[in-house]
Design a protein around this ligand. Structure first.
Ligand code: DQA
Length: 143
């Protein structure tokens, strides 16, 4: 099964960001851990700081992957365009956040993109991604 994991702006800087919110690991470490823990999954990992590029990844996902996992990062709270592209994409979709967005600044408490996914996981640092893969596999199996 093929799963694309899309990471948005500044997530390439994990490790150098607020450790309390995001943990200490780099994005590369997180990706290798996912590969190690889910050997049955064929992962494609992409990261972009550009809104349009993230939309292109989402638009390309339906025909090429069984499920999509996305951390839109700061765009979760602002991007109508990413929300619209998620609405069009018909494969199982899960939004993840490392931090607990409901326990931070008010402007982070609402994700406008999450409602166009099957659901979201927030607050478990790297384990948010582990949970998302676990759930994506269930959604794929029950399609
Ligand atoms: C984040 C939460 C966002 O509010 C923030 O802008 C990020 C990361 C998270 O994973 O906790 O860049 O999506």
């Amino acid at each position: 099964m093929k799963i694309i994991v899309i990471n948005g702006p500044n997530l390439n800087m994990l490790g150098a960001r607020d450790h309390h919110q995001y943990g200490t690991e780099s994005l590369e470490n997180l990706e290798s851990e996912l590969k190690r823990n889910f050997e049955d999954v064929d992962f494609v990992f992409v990261q972009s700081n550009l809104e349009g590029e993230i939309i292109n990844f989402i638009q390309g996902a339906s025909d090429n992957y069984d499920a999509l996992i996305i951390n839109p990062a700061g765009y979760s709270h602002t991007s109508v365009a990413i929300r619209d592209s998620l609405e069009i994409c018909k494969i199982p979709k899960i939004e993840v956040h490392l931090s607990n967005i409901s326990d931070r600044e008010d402007f982070r408490s609402k994700s406008i993109t999450a409602s166009k996914t099957n659901g979201y996981i927030s607050g478990f640092k790297k384990y948010s991604y582990f949970a998302a893969v676990y759930l994506a596999k269930i959604l794929i199996a029950n399609k």
